[in-house]
Design a protein around this ligand. Structure first.
Ligand code: WTA
Length: 654
């Protein structure tokens, strides 16, 4: 096992003493959508279980003839021969079936402005946007970059692309111009949809300038930029390229027929960090993605679309915002809340005020947010009526038992079941999670595979480990919402996920099985960090640092952080002429912010004389991690120069 998996294994010893169990109440269990029989059904039906779900969750214009074609593994084809339109499934069919007046989205802006869209209204908006994009030359198969804040136009844009059969590539609004440009180039996007800006912590914050900067360098594939008016701040304008959303979408026709696309037609690309510097364009297709997201949304959260108000707090820039904001809730005809801003604006009770106001019944958020609220104190949520909450979800990183208990008691009133959902950009939808009416939950564990999913924990040799042991998390069987590849790089796809173990998908996470066989996630075993639930690669940040003229060499590690889970800590060697002072630290932090985005800015930058390397020249991040986390430095005998760690310690004492 790698060093980091070993260390995480040691940390697991503490978790093994976690004896608390929280069975669902009898009342909840009796009426829950997911009953123990769902697991039975999945076992007995095998792959056909997913055919049942595909037909139950979606309207197919043409039914499929084969459930799974795995003959070209690891390139899967699900629901072969089937044809459907994602936007039709999310919108039109609800209107046709009499649900047009149901609210699809309650939007709350950070300044307190609100808008609600019924299914009929959202359908009309998406049809207009589809017509507008087509009038700008977007056709089936074209890529559209989406660089938008959390406003309804983000969902409208994504669904308008899906309607046309264009492939959206959403780039998180917190990423920099350079990051946006490299993603535009990689996907060869034709159109960018953005906004003048948004509101952050009570102030207008700009987005359009980053698009302008991204497109400054010649040779981009972009022909038009559509700009949503959100904060009305002045923006630069490039005539002939830039168009206002108001001008092209609002004036477009609201007649638009959704043509059915092949089940395997690409739905979107979403870039995510891997172990090398270059982000991977994770490709998802239509039928399988929609089936598993809709299925899990329904059963994991025990969704009642007629009465529930669902709130997933994730930004559309991440996969959670794709699967559980844009697609699954709308496919399932649910009512959801969408909030633009930060949790502490204008006060630290904003989320709880929103839950009270909209009677949110299902809340889906990340441990980093929960830990922040814990720090702010229980008195804040206690001021609000949270009695509407009946199911709580967690995603993005392992949730520590204290945060889990706080979430249950303070937000869930000691009653609402917590579903800790493990999944990834690559898996598209939940893979490991309790079922809220079935599983007796354990604080800190994602526990069991979703019905129809085959996960396991294996050792170095790919052998399943016994209960009570740890190893690598793998998926043994193909699943409907699995990634179909890395955009433009089939070799990297095979290499990254399918080469570590034979015939198994390697997720990159360490995990343990407890005595009951329940799964506890232990974090990444590769060079990927998880900062506030956001995936960042150490290599990517190292490359950004080294691209600065003052830096000769850099090594980045993720260090434990109470609030964000992990924090970025960078060790840098400066070039001869560069000065080691506070300015250089600020300069380098800003430089990373510019190259990648503010979320990637290192919490600490430590200027050191040397980096610890093995004889083969590999940086020993394990030792740096010890330094970053303030531990005694571990075994350094394999270092090429064994005085390096002393030199580093001495330089940090200065
Ligand atoms: C981590 C986010 C523990 C994990 C949906 C995974 C989790 C990475 C959990 C994927 C969880 C996500 N418990 N760890 N419930 N959920 N992770 O692609 O390390 O942004 O590999 O997808 O987040 O992050 P991604």
């Amino acid at each position: 096992m790698s060093d980091s998996a070993q260390r995480q294994g040691d940390a697991f010893e503490n978790l093994l003493h976690e004896e608390r169990r929280f069975p669902p109440s009898e009342e909840f269990a009796a009426q829950a959508l997911a009953q123990p029989s769902l697991y039975e059904e999945a076992r007995s039906r095998g792959t056909e279980f997913w055919a049942d779900q595909a037909r139950a969750c979606l309207s197919w214009e043409t039914d499929f003839t084969q459930t799974l074609d795995w003959s070209e593994a690891p390139f899967a084809k699900w629901f072969v021969g089937g044809k459907l339109n994602a936007a039709y499934n999310a919108l039109d069919r609800h209107v046709e079936e009499g649900r047009g007046d149901r609210v699809a989205i309650h939007f709350e802006g950070e300044p307190g402005d609100t808008r609600s869209y019924t299914y009929a209204e959202l359908t009309e908006s998406v049809k207009k946007a589809a017509n507008a994009f087509e009038s700008l030359g977007v056709q089936k198969g074209d890529r559209v970059a989406v660089y938008l804040p959390m406003i309804p136009e983000a969902v409208i844009t994504m669904l308008a692309c899906a309607r046309i059969g264009a492939v959206h590539s959403v780039v998180f609004g917190g990423f920099s111009a350079d990051a946006l440009r490299s993603r535009i180039d990689d996907a060869e996007a034709k159109l960018v949809v953005t906004a003048d800006g948004t509101y952050r912590r009570g102030k207008p914050s700009a987005l359009k300038p980053a698009v302008d900067a991204a497109l400054e360098k010649e040779g981009s594939t972009i022909t038009n930029v559509v700009v949503v008016r959100r904060n009305n701040e002045p923006v630069e304008w490039t005539e002939g390229r830039d168009v206002w959303w108001d001008d092209v979408v609002d004036t477009a026709s609201s007649e638009h027929t959704a043509v059915a696309h092949d089940s395997e037609h690409p739905l979107f690309i979403l870039y995510t960090s891997g172990t090398t510097g270059k982000p991977k364009g994770i490709l998802h297709t239509t039928g399988g993605f929609l089936t598993q997201t809709a299925f899990t949304h329904k059963y994991t959260f025990d969704l009642r679309p007629e009465t529930d108000v669902f709130w997933c707090t994730a930004d559309i820039g991440w996969v959670t915002g794709h699967s559980y904001v844009t697609y699954a809730p709308l496919i399932n005809g649910a009512t959801q809340l969408m909030y633009e801003g930060t949790p502490d604006t204008p006060h630290q009770g904003r989320w709880w005020e929103l839950i009270e106001k909209y009677k949110v019944s299902i809340l889906y958020t990340a441990p980093t947010a929960i830990r922040t609220f814990m720090k702010w104190g229980r008195d804040i949520p206690k001021k609000y009526d949270l009695s509407s909450v009946r199911v709580l979800g967690s995603v993005g990183e392992p949730i520590n038992p204290e945060a889990w208990m706080w979430y249950r008691e303070i937000i869930g009133g000691g009653k609402a079941p917590i579903v800790d959902t493990w999944w990834q950009t690559e898996t598209g939808a939940h893979m490991i999670s309790p079922m809220p009416g079935v599983t007796s939950t354990k604080p800190g564990s994602a526990q069991v595979a979703v019905p129809g999913i085959a996960v396991d924990v294996v050792d170095e040799m790919g052998q399943s480990v016994p209960n009570g042991s740890g190893g690598y998390l793998v998926v043994r069987e193909p699943w409907p919402s699995m990634l179909r590849g890395i955009w433009g790089d089939p070799e990297r796809f095979k290499q990254t996920y399918w080469s570590r173990f034979d015939d198994m998908y390697f997720a990159g996470d360490g995990a343990k099985k407890d005595e009951d066989g329940d799964i506890w996630l232990l974090g990444r075993v590769d060079d990927v960090m998880n900062v506030s639930g956001h995936r960042l690669s150490t290599t990517e940040i190292e490359s950004a640092l080294v691209s600065h003229p003052s830096v000769a060499e850099a090594a980045v590690v993720g260090a434990k952080d109470e609030t964000t889970g992990e924090a970025v800590v960078a060790f840098v060697i400066l070039r001869g002429s560069a000065k080691d002072d506070d300015d250089i630290v600020t300069t380098l932090r800003n430089h990373v912010g510019k190259e990648i985005g503010p979320i990637a800015k290192p919490r600490n930058i430590l200027v050191v004389p040397e980096l610890p390397k093995t004889r083969s020249g590999k940086i020993m991040r394990r030792l740096l991690k010890d330094v970053a986390e303030g531990r005694e430095v571990g075994d350094a005998t394999t270092l090429a120069d064994n005085t390096v760690m002393q030199q580093i310690a001495a330089s940090l004492r200065k």
